[in-house]
Ligand binder design. Structure first.
Ligand code: SAH
Length: 350
């Protein structure tokens, strides 16, 4: 058992089984043993690699998309440039470098990062020092104003709850103990579940996931964008309508049993974009591959290839494929752009 598994087991013995959301929150953000608190999850030595860590093109193209959206919305002379869950700060560093040449953009922006992990905040501070970032704990704490936001692989890290439609009604999937070891079980039938399309359309025996923190985060950005203008790009793996049990653990680049190594594996769930889009005054949705192509990844990739030869050229070509190919990240990853009613379509969408 990991140290965190012992703590969670003790808690369950005291107060009973906990929700999958409580379990995820403990695993990811426990102040001493949490995954994001203690580990360096990214890169070859970590547990997973994200799009901005694969190629600078990802951040550059979304940076230019944000700048174009800002221009399309009258180039407000003060706005919030926000990123929830910036990880190592790579995406934002690329956004800022790519937009240096956009007149007025840097002078107007105030950089605000939403980050729970003190360790990652320190990395971001180092990486983005020139742009004097501010940090907040939650999206709700962002300053008011026109909002231009990009969040990559943030929503999938937020705690989900899981519900099973049983013959007796909805039951919640819980984490409890069997013979002293962490094990999944089910609650008694519940009087009420969230009112989203996935629940309304679930058939008998279906497992439905609900990401309440994601709904709150997107609702909050939608409210700000409706009031002050702006665009939010949410990029993540997932789809339209809950896909059953998608809770997954990654440890050393391999799938792991989600209950096996609490605190030592990354825990995520696929994002269901349907209930998130429903919160936006206006939105667009497509695959990452399609959006990157419309943002000009082919031309950018060719341009970067001109300066490369040998192994570096091969790895650049491989990174391009990895981001866009349907067999790699191109189709599994989706982009939801939240915008205001009547505003020009967000860059990257037809
Ligand atoms: N966007 C980065 C990192 C993704 S990993 C990239 O693409 O490489 C998820 C990030 O979200 C990490 O920075 C993690 O510390 C942060 N995070 C996870 N849960 C959070 C929460 N509840 N509140 C704020 N930040 C959180």
């Amino acid at each position: 058992m990991t140290p965190l598994a012992r703590l969670i087991a003790a808690r369950i013995r005291e107060t009973g089984p906990i929700t999958v959301a409580d379990y995820m929150a403990e695993c990811l953000l426990h102040p001493v043993h949490g995954y994001y608190t203690t580990r360096e999850p990214f890169g070859a030595a970590g547990d997973f690699t994200t799009a901005p860590e694969i190629s600078q093109m990802f951040g550059e193209l979304f940076g230019l998309a944000l700048a174009q959206a800002w221009l399309d919305r009258g180039a407000p002379d003060r706005f919030i440039l926000a990123e929830p869950g910036p990880g190592r700060g790579t995406l934002m560093a690329d956004v800022l470098r790519a937009t240096r040449g956009v007149p007025g953009f840097h002078a107007a922006l105030r950089l605000v990062l939403v980050e729970a992990s003190p360790r990652l905040r320190a990395l971001q501070a180092e990486r983005l020092a020139d742009h004097r970032p501010h940090w907040v704990d939650r999206i709700e704490d962002l300053p008011e104003g026109p909002l231009f936001l990009i969040g990559n692989e943030f929503l999938d890290a937020l705690p989900i709850r899981q519900f099973l439609r049983s013959p007796e009604g909805w039951r919640e999937r819980l984490v409890g103990l069997i013979d002293g070891a962490l094990a999944f079980g089910l609650s008694a039938p519940m009087p009420q579940v969230p009112d989203t399309p996935a629940f309304r359309h679930a058939s008998q025996g279906a497992l439905v996931e609900d990401n309440l923190p994601a709904r709150l985060a997107v609702a909050e950005t939608a409210r700000r964008i409706a009031r002050h203008g702006g665009v939010a790009y949410w990029i993540d793996y997932g789809g339209w309508r809950s896909q059953g049990d998608t809770l997954q653990a990654l440890r050393h680049h391999a799938f792991d049993d989600p209950l096996a190594h609490p605190g030592e594996a990354d825990l995520t769930a696929h994002v269901d974009f349907e209930p998130l889009a429903a919160l936006a005054p206006a939105w667009a949705y497509d695959t990452q591959g399609a959006v990157l192509r419309r943002l000009g990844i082919e031309a950018r990739a060719d341009r970067l290839a001109q300066g490369l030869t040998g192994a570096r050229l091969d790895s650049h070509r491989a990174a391009h494929r990895r981001l866009t190919d349907p067999a790699e990240m191109g189709s599994l990853f989706k982009v939801l752009a939240v915008t205001s009613a009547g505003a020009p379509p967000p860059p990257g969408f037809a």
